[in-house]
Ligand binder design. Structure first.
Ligand code: ADP
Ligand code: MG
Length: 241
């Protein structure tokens, strides 16, 4: 775990006259579990949108796996190995769990790859998530945690090098949070680099090798969890003083 996988270099994003991200720079290492925290509205999702290509940054550079991403649309970044989840799960509602996974899996599969290979890979992901028995169920009948897991599974089905999880644990109980943490750690152990955005401080601190904190679009702290939890600037940002 030493090579840089993602370099964020002076990234700026404005909406009209409002600066949502101001010259944010950091890097994520290959194989790393990287935490992104900050109060509501601090720019976390905007940064993820700029990395995943849902938004284009106005300034700075984003380099992934040696390739400059700026200007590339989202689907090209997915093909390059970046996938993300959304804060509000976005499954295709009239489809089964398996079919929801097959769409991203087919998008990144080699031309002519057999259906059985795509299905087997998707099933392996569902097994890791404890969701295998839900494969043929329509998503309308899923519980909150199952929907959260499906959102992660759909992102993982595109075989990312970098998975970005945006508040995947919101609304879950303590035990469910632990279950999702365990799943993410399993995928990380298989070699996936993971950025976790999370409001649940215990979860992000337990998970991350390193954490950064945004406040009003600026990076205000970067360090190991033990440093971040006692950082005065982080404390001020969360208390709003
Ligand atoms: P976080 O994920 O940290 O809660 P966001 O990145 O969603 O914060 O939002 C950061 C700021 O940018 C907020 O003030 C939000 O209202 C604003 N913002 C986000 N997206 C847009 C947009 N598409 N248009 C205008 N303002 C936006
Ligand atoms: Mg957000």
């Amino acid at each position: 775990m030493s090579e840089t996988l993602l370099e964020i270099n002076g990234v700026t994003k404005t909406f009209g006259g409002f600066t949502a991200l101001s010259k944010v720079s950091t890097e994520v290492l290959s194989g790393e579990r990287f935490g992104l925290i900050g109060p509501n509205g601090s720019g976390k999702t905007t940064l993820i949108n700029c990395i995943s290509g849902l938004l284009q940054n106005d300034g700075g550079k984003i380099i992934f796996d040696g390739k400059q991403l700026d200007g590339l649309p989202a689907h090209k970044r997915t093909a390059a190995g970046i996938t993300r989840t959304f804060q509000i799960p976005r499954p295709f509602h009239t489809m089964t769990v398996m079919d929801n996974l097959k769409i991203p899996a087919e998008f990144v599969s080699k031309p002519g790859a057999p259906q059985s290979e795509i299905t087997d890979d998707a099933m392996a992901i569902l097994e890791t998530m404890g969701m295998a028995e839900k494969a043929n169920q329509e998503t309308s009948g899923l519980t909150q945690i199952e929907l959260r897991k499906l959102e992660l599974a759909r992102a993982i089905a595109a075989k990312p090098k970098l998975l970005i999880s945006d508040e995947a644990m919101a609304g879950l109980t303590g035990n469910e949070v632990d279950e999702v943490l365990e799943i993410l750690i399993k995928f990380n152990e298989q070699g996936m680099t993971i950025i976790m955005i999370e409001h649940i401080m215990r979860a992000v601190m337990q998970f991350s090798h390193r954490v950064i904190c945004l406040d009003a679009g600026e990076l205000i702290a970067e360090g190991v969890p033990e440093e971040i939890v006692k950082d005065k600037g982080v404390e001020r940002a969360y208390l709003g003083v």
